[in-house]
Design a protein around this ligand. Structure first.
Ligand SMILES: [Fe+2]
Length: 378
């Protein structure tokens, strides 16, 4: 099939090689803009590419700031107006935004729209300015030449493509930021709810006030020290915050008993892990946490409860939580004993490292305390 007469290639009349080269560059820029996640990188890409694609001596990236034009970024042979704000009525970027159309000025000294005293101090002789998002401009891209110059129709088209893509990229970033802010609010709400639940449990068991929150924090710190992903560290922290939720079903006087428990009493206390699992398991978001909660009293050698799981039968997250739980519990007062202190807690963990407790987790808390000046959460 032949190339039609009005094919773009012919229409813009560029030489084949340089046209392909320029289009390749433009595509590269469009791709980079589409992948941008923040305004700084968008401005960075635009200011570099404007000069590359049009051969201009300077470029600016202007943002609309209420009734002002904010010259947010620039790339030029000598300073232009980076960081300055001008009322829209007195600057050319304001003109293109107010009129919603691009402007090309071949000689700034012959155009009444130009505040010539401001320009006289610069290298600028010719310019082109394109609004970003023509229908509802949110900024403008400016292009400056030091000698009298009239940009070609192809260069104006390139600037238009660049500006349209910039508008989409800025829209995307706004959506991404709005979604991230919502997600953050949601995370905070979940955390708030979990901490409230933790407090409810601890109202029944005053001696363990703050225990779950601290276990959550220590579990997170151990997991991070072990090099786990942010996502898993967070899951472990949340499991820590509500790991004793099942104690809500245990009589308070038993939880606060200031003496050793009888075997019957102890077996009743032990039911808190299954009760916790039952409370959490029906929600798909909470199910993974429910499984960690259920296993936090399992021990590597199978001596734990409720199922007597061994080694890798126990979830890695539950193995970390178990270490954090024992460590924190030994640092706190209990109805039947005073706080035992960090040295005793570390001794306990080290002496049962690999038999009761996950070696990686024990080593991690050991390193945190011994080598990294670990601040135990209050
Ligand atoms: Fe527990």
């Amino acid at each position: 099939m032949g190339i039609p007469e009005n094919d773009t290639h012919h229409e813009i009349g560029a030489s084949g090689d340089s046209y392909i080269h320029d289009m390749g560059k433009l595509l590269e820029v469009v791709q980079k803009l589409s992948a941008s996640h923040d305004l700084t990188s968008v401005m960075d890409i635009v200011r570099h590419s404007v000069r590359q694609l049009t051969g201009s001596d300077g470029a600016t990236f202007v943002l609309r700031d209420g009734t002002y034009c904010y010259y947010a970024e620039e790339d030029a042979i000598s300073p232009l107006w980076k960081g300055l704000r001008f009322p829209m009525e007195i600057c050319i970027s304001g003109w293109v935004m107010l009129h919603r159309e691009p402007v090309v000025i071949e000689d700034i000294y012959k155009d009444s729209r130009i505040p010539i005293d401001v320009y006289r101090q610069t290298f600028v002789r010719s310019l082109a300015m394109i609004p970003i998002n023509t229908n509802n401009p949110i900024g403008a891209i400016g292009c400056y030449w030091s000698k009298k110059y009239k940009p070609t129709p192809e260069q104006i088209k390139v600037l238009q493509v660049l500006s349209d893509t910039t508008a989409i990229a800025m829209d995307n970033i706004r959506y991404q930021e709005a979604i991230a802010a919502k997600a953050m609010q949601l995370e905070e709400a979940i955390d708030g709810t979990m901490l409230a639940i933790a407090k409810m449990v601890e109202q029944k068991d005053l001696y363990t006030s703050g225990h779950q929150r601290r276990v959550g924090r220590i579990s997170f710190d151990i997991a991070r020290e072990m090099g786990w992903s942010d996502e898993i560290c967070e899951a472990v922290r949340r499991a820590g915050i509500i790991h004793d939720i099942g104690k809500i079903g245990i009589p308070s006087d038993l939880l606060a008993k200031p003496a050793r428990l009888t075997p019957t009493e102890f077996s009743l206390i032990k039911t808190h892990v299954e009760q916790g699992y039952e409370i959490l398991k029906d929600d798909s978001f909470l199910l993974p946490i429910a499984q960690i909660v259920r296993q936090h009293h399992e021990r590597l050698d199978g001596s734990g409860y409720p199922l007597g799981l061994k080694g890798e039968e126990i979830l890695p997250e539950a193995r970390v939580l178990a270490v954090a739980d024992v460590f924190e519990a030994m640092l706190s007062h209990r109805p039947y004993r005073p706080a035992l202190g960090v040295e005793v807690a570390l001794d306990e963990l080290i002496s049962h490292r690999g038999t009761l407790y996950e070696p990686g987790a024990v080593d991690a808390i050991w390193r945190l305390v011994r080598e990294k000046d670990y601040q135990i959460p209050e």
